[in-house]
Design a protein around this ligand. Structure first.
Ligand SMILES: Cc1cc2nc3c(=O)[nH]c(=O)nc-3n(C[C@H](O)[C@H](O)[C@H](O)COP(=O)(O)O)c2cc1C
Length: 173
């Protein structure tokens, strides 16, 4: 799929997913897109967990208030950063931006490969869910999961969200 087609087709899929196991090679290809993303001062502060162990996947699917794609994903990809933000350049930390750049690359790769996903951030930060998933995956204590992507083939139709008109958000000077 052409890059601009993937950008245009990308959307947050929140409905039921096919739970058939996803080939590890596909998941690695998606994560490679995240690794290829830019990062502040090329510090590459992000780390990734491919979650496909059936017991761990089941435990995440069954977490309270997981629904739709979070409750039915075939696999998950978590993006983690240091608990204490890394001062990459002078007193500045780019951890969150690094994470966001990587996640968008992975989102586009996921779309191009015919899988659905949704950028899960707010849900993770509530009720210690990020910590629980970190425990399930054996993540080191000095790292925190900032974003998780449920991955799977989409089983249902879902309308794309409407974006505001170009003119409303863009100025040309
Ligand atoms: C920083 C950020 C945090 C987000 N957190 C969540 C979330 O916790 N749960 C969720 O369902 N969607 C989450 N989303 C997805 C947005 O709701 C979604 O991108 C937005 O509604 C636009 O829809 P689209 O992705 O289909 O274009 C998040 C997106 C971003 C960029």
């Amino acid at each position: 799929m052409d890059l601009f087609e993937a950008i245009e087709k990308r959307f947050s899929y929140r409905k039921e997913m096919d739970q058939t196991e996803i080939p590890l090679e596909d998941l690695k290809k998606i994560v490679q897109a995240g690794l290829d993303a830019p990062s502040g001062v090329n510090a590459q502060t992000t780390g990734f967990i491919i979650i496909r162990n059936p017991n761990v996947v089941k435990a995440i699917r069954e977490m309270p208030k997981a629904n739709g794609s979070m409750a039915t994903a075939a696999a998950y990809i978590a993006c983690h950063v240091a608990r204490k933000p890394v001062e990459t350049y002078m007193d500045m930390s780019f951890d969150i931006e690094d994470c966001a750049a990587a996640v968008e690359n992975m989102f586009l790769a996921t779309t191009a490969m015919g899988y659905g996903t949704v950028w899960i951030d707010g849900w993770l930060r509530k009720d210690n869910r990020a910590t629980k998933i970190a425990e399930l995956t054996g993540l080191e204590d000095d790292r925190v999961i900032r974003i998780i992507l449920p991955i799977g083939k989409m089983l249902q139709e879902q309308e794309k969200r409407v974006k505001k008109p170009f003119e409303e958000r863009v100025s040309v000077v």
